[in-house]
Design a protein around this ligand. Sequence first.
Ligand code: BG6
Ligand code: MG
Length: 225
Amino acid sequence: MQKSPISLCIFDLDGVIVDTAKYHYIAWKRLAAEFGYDLTEAQNEKLKGVSRVQSLNHILDWAGVTKTEEEKTALATRKNNWYVELIQNVTPDDALPGVVSFIHELKQAGIKVALGSASKNARVILDKLELSSLFDAIVDGTMTVKSKPDPEVFLKGTELTNTSPHASLVFEDAAKGIDAALAGGMLAVGIGTEDQLGHSDFVLPGFDNYTLSDFLKQLTRVKQV
Ligand code: BG6
Ligand code: MG
């Protein structure tokens, strides 16, 4: 098999490894409903990859509601409590189809694997999925100050694994996450649809039946080796 021009693959968590994006939406929708606002799926799409506090600020803006910093902290905590309740039942079976075997294939090929998530709950979720030990580095929302589309979360992953951003590739389901990867000088693969993620280097619907060999073929198309 051909050698990979990529030394590190960084995975976003929510919506790439596990479908927790739907739980974020449920919890935000419940919170917004409390101040009489109906959060739509299209708006929720804009919150993907965005930190908890910034997500709340967006929702308050859209709703035209003003809150004090203290009230915002309380609201963010309430949303997180609901979210944490929703993720309690996550098990290894909840990993999205094909993603775990794909990560194993990468590792067997000598490609490092890191997590790059905006979530402060990322480690808990990875533990529930029993995947924590697979990662050479885990970067979560407790380790960054700037939200995607800033590349900080992914650049930390390259630093922790001593890898150049130019030899790194990010898998992301959020448009802002793709922006972050590209801003950091990495290749960006969208997990989802062309209409949301058309600015990626390439888009996959998911990892189901996706192999290392498929990956290397697509890489040669986007990267001169
Ligand atoms: C990202 C999600 O992974 O994490 C966002 O896409 C979420 O929707 C963000 O707001 C922060 O998550 P948490 O768990 O720290 O509230
Ligand atoms: Mg995501």
